[in-house]
Design a protein around this ligand. Structure first.
Ligand code: DLL
Length: 433
């Protein structure tokens, strides 16, 4: 299948020509950062960089990185590089500390154009109606899709999150072809629709981890193609990378704006196909440009689909975040690996919670709360089977508890919480022993 490119110059040019564009933009962003004199500039100078002309793309892996801690340390706007800010976005972040990102009008244009490409890759056109169930606000999901849909010339329905009955009414009345929301909310909407046919053809889902097994459930529930979209507010929001109908399960990285590297725990580059932490350089950002931002997100990189008109490099679905990786009795486990095992079993509903139980610091335990789809499932057999399947996949034993259908809290607004840490006191979910 070939899906038309929204921006052929950007998505379809020969990689060697794109590299020249990236190189030129890298020089410019290095100059913009050096001009700020901020902590990034100081680090670049300490590494011997005095001007953008000093740096080639090949030098990037040797340059200093910047992290979320640097953004927090310089809160709210210490890394800002332009006075022409038109809006602010961000995320509430871990531990309640907000990460705020200032945008210029040019940043919003870049964002709108990468989001238009992302929606176009899912088959959206000027005739499309996009039902946008991502939250509007500081969170980048709602307004990111909004800017992109308008840039594309489609009709955006800015429903935002929650109020599921109203969402269903709007889907029935306005007949959208594209759905955008978190994957967990897509499940929730699908369950609420109870098999009723809709006009939807494809969905663009992201902002939280989800697996191929979750994709299969969404596609079956809603009878659509379910595509993954990735991004983070620090870099721009959604649209940093997005799957298209023809990208063979991986996400096309908007690498003409966001240069991507993947590195190991020591910060050394990993080869294509090997999962590594994603590091992005915002080649065209002006509000808060970042050079070598360590995302904490783990994925593998790859070249484009051979012979495809799309020439952008691709990334895999995210495996997880470095800070969500659990170390259970010495074994590294990403919650997505647990999800893959759970949802491969057709008795298990997509509502589950992974719990890292560290009440006994000497012996950590992985506990998994699942819900069977129906009351008729033999829960004891289900628990036994999942323990075996998880041991086979992860190499460790865990405790599986099957709870009554409906016990795991649903997320109607914002990101689903699928991982909890239990250090002491009451369990994070009633019914867990
Ligand atoms: O979640 C941006 C976004 C909105 C992406 C809507 C896709 C759709 P933040 O709130 O700053 O931005 O959170 C960024 O969410 O570093 C990842 O850990 C995680 N994340 C985002 N997309 C995906 C995805 C938005 N497709 C953080 N799969 C990132 C897994 C994702 N995790």
């Amino acid at each position: 299948m070939v899906v038309p490119l929204v921006d052929a110059d950007a998505e379809g040019i020969a990689p060697e020509r794109r590299r020249l564009v990236q190189q030129r933009r890298l020089g410019q962003v290095v100059d913009r950062v050096l001009a700020t004199g901020n902590v990034q500039a100081e680090r670049l100078r300490a590494a011997g960089v005095e001007s953008g002309t000093d740096v080639t793309l090949g030098d990037l892996p040797g340059l200093p990185t910047v992290s979320k801690a640097d953004i927090w340390d310089n809160y709210p706007f210490g890394l800002q590089a332009s006075g022409d800010i038109v809006c602010v976005h961000g995320s509430s972040g871990t531990g309640g500390r907000p990460t705020l990102i200032p945008y210029t009008a040019s940043d919003i244009e870049v964002w709108a154009s990468v989001m238009a490409r992302a929606l176009g890759g899912a088959g959206a056109t000027r005739q499309s109606v996009i039902h946008n169930g991502y939250g509007y606000g500081l969170f980048t999901g709602g307004l990111g899709v909004h800017h992109g849909g308008i840039h594309l010339g489609a009709t955006v329905v800015p429903v935002s999150g929650g109020m599921t009955d109203r969402q269903i009414r709007l889907i029935q009345d306005l007949r959208p072809d594209i759905l955008t929301c978190t994957p967990s909310y897509a499940i929730h909407l699908g369950e609420a629709l109870k098999g009723e046919p809709t006009s939807l053809r494809a969905g663009v889902f992201g902002a939280e981890p989800w697996t191929e097994e979750m994709r299969a459930q969404i596609e079956a529930l809603l009878n659509i193609r379910a595509l993954d979209i990735y991004g983070l507010s620090e870099i721009i929001g959604p649209g940093v990378a997005c799957e298209s109908l023809d990208s063979a399960g991986m996400l096309n990285v908007a690498e003409d704006h966001f240069f991507v590297e993947a590195v190991d725990a020591q910060g050394d580059p990993v080869p294509d196909g090997t999962p590594g932490e994603l590091v992005f350089t915002t080649l065209t950002k002006t509000g808060m440009p970042l050079i070598r931002y360590r995302t904490g997100d783990v994925a593998a990189l790859a070249d484009p689909v051979p012979g495809s008109p799309r020439t952008l490099r691709r990334m895999s679905k995210l495996k997880g975040r470095t800070d969500d990786m659990l170390i259970i009795r010495g074994v590294n486990v990403f919650p997505t690996e647990v999800e893959a095992v759970l949802l491969a079993d057709d008795r298990v509903s997509p509502h589950y919670l992974v719990v890292e139980d560290r009440r006994d610091p000497k012996r950590s335990e992985l506990r998994v709360a699942v819900e069977p789809f129906t009351d008729s499932v033999d829960t004891a057999a289900l628990e036994r089977d999942l323990v075996v399947a998880l041991r086979e996949r992860l190499g460790i034993s865990c405790v599986v508890t099957a709870l009554e259908p409906g016990s795991v809290p649903r997320t109607e607004v914002g990101k689903a919480r699928r991982l909890a840490r239990w250090n002491q006191g009451e369990p994070p979910l009633a019914g867990l022993l």
